[in-house]
Design a protein around this ligand. Sequence first.
Ligand code: FES
Length: 554
Amino acid sequence: MASERQWWPVAASDEVVPRHVFQATLLDRPLAVWRADDGTLNVWEDRCLHRGVRLTLGTNDGAELICRYHGWRYASGTAGCTYIPAHPADAPAQTIHNRIFPVREAFGLVWSAAEAPAGEPSRFDPAATLVLRPMPVAAAPADVAAALGAEIGAAPAGLHLAAADGTAEYFIQAAGAGRSIIRGLAVPEGAALAQLARHNAALSGLRDAIEATAPPVAISTAPALAPAPPGYDPGAPGEAGRATPLRLRVAERTTVADGIVQFRLTPVSGQLPTAQPGAHIDLALPGGITRQYSLLNGPGETAHYAIAVKRDPASRGGSAALHDRVRVGDVLAASRPHNSFPLRRDAVATRFVAGGIGLTPLVAMARALARAGAPFAFHHFVRTEGELAFRKTLAALGPYTPHVGHAPAAAEAALNTVLAAPETPQNLYLCGPPAMLDAARRIAAANGWPEARVHFEYFANEMPATRAGAFTVALARSALTVPVREGETILAALRGAGVPVESSCEQGACGTCVVRVLEGMPLHQDVCLSAAEREDHIATCVSRASSARLVLDL
Ligand code: FES
């Protein structure tokens, strides 16, 4: 239908105020219209994916919309689900996202369309148009359009009417069963106030006449709208390897501390996929190398991704390529965000302990908790004062303690204090170089932190690894048996057999390639799994089997 591809006003701009959710309708279907703190306007289907509750009953926290019923969170921009309280330790799949509709703001109005719209909202010039006061009418849109068309001499033409003399146009917006809103635009003629008063008087008279004779209206049974196509290629679920479908332009390089540069990456076209706090992307860099970088920004910021990279003197090429060869304006290929280090948002309090540049995923987490008003404390260990990246940002978010220049013994003593067991249950997030993480995990365990409350992400896997010995993996769900030869990884053997498994770091650090083990004895060589997770999971990129056969849940 032509009307499905037309822009319709669904709200006045000043009705969509910060931290609120406005209920609107588009061609009889309910919408949730809300504005994020960064100004992004969202027009979504007014329905939570979980139990169908109206999202207009929920909370706008400035970057995410939270369903009132079971607390599912959706990110501004993409409507991607960022958090499911019933599964606090898991990152929701990227395929879970609400329906979004095109949105435009013009003439002091918020416009939307059921399908990709053709043309502009109005033929009038936005710089020289008078926006008429909206007029609610207790009558069905078709009745309002018929009466208004007769009044202004317009031919019957649906719910968008133009005055015969070309000086005004009107849009009839459905506003629930038997109710409509007339929104109008007019060419300015003399004093604006007097012209507005004239239009208002005319529309008020029309409203009274319509309401005096309007018949009762049946509730619409129109089918649900199709979602607007996303602005990015979400890729096939379960796609193997380091697929890099995103194209990101380097919009800004900023030195944020000694040897640390922040890169602001914007999409070449469309919208970026939702990222949850703790997520990272794979970046394809000059020289044919791919590296993983945690995102500094969090849900709802889909206009850009931000990463910070320290130039490592022992760089294997990644940080050197970014620092020395990547310039503003360059375009890099990137993966969709992965999250193997999800933030639980259900703890009474949270403690963050970062070593050096390991603070990056924790910055995104601290931002999310600060926005939600959830308490946390942030500790940052560095060698020199100049390495304290994001010091002001973190201090503004909540309690922040820098720890500078400790020798190894002093660092352990400081960690012992920082990691004193809490009186009430807290979550602990650790990220940094391997030696520091090993020490922090040991101290946390000695101080009585339950293992399930300690979450960690290593920069790299420095454990010695072997590829000796052959074995087989049986795939329980695919009914396949795959031999893994000496010198070959499980991941490579699976891919060779046509079984797709996602991966990222391929060194046992990020957790992307982890699968469940149903039978057999894994030989763990990763640094991403906790002792409890090692009971029944394996990182397929590095770990092997010490039994002749493993059965995997694939
Ligand atoms: S791909 Fe990163 S742990 Fe296997």
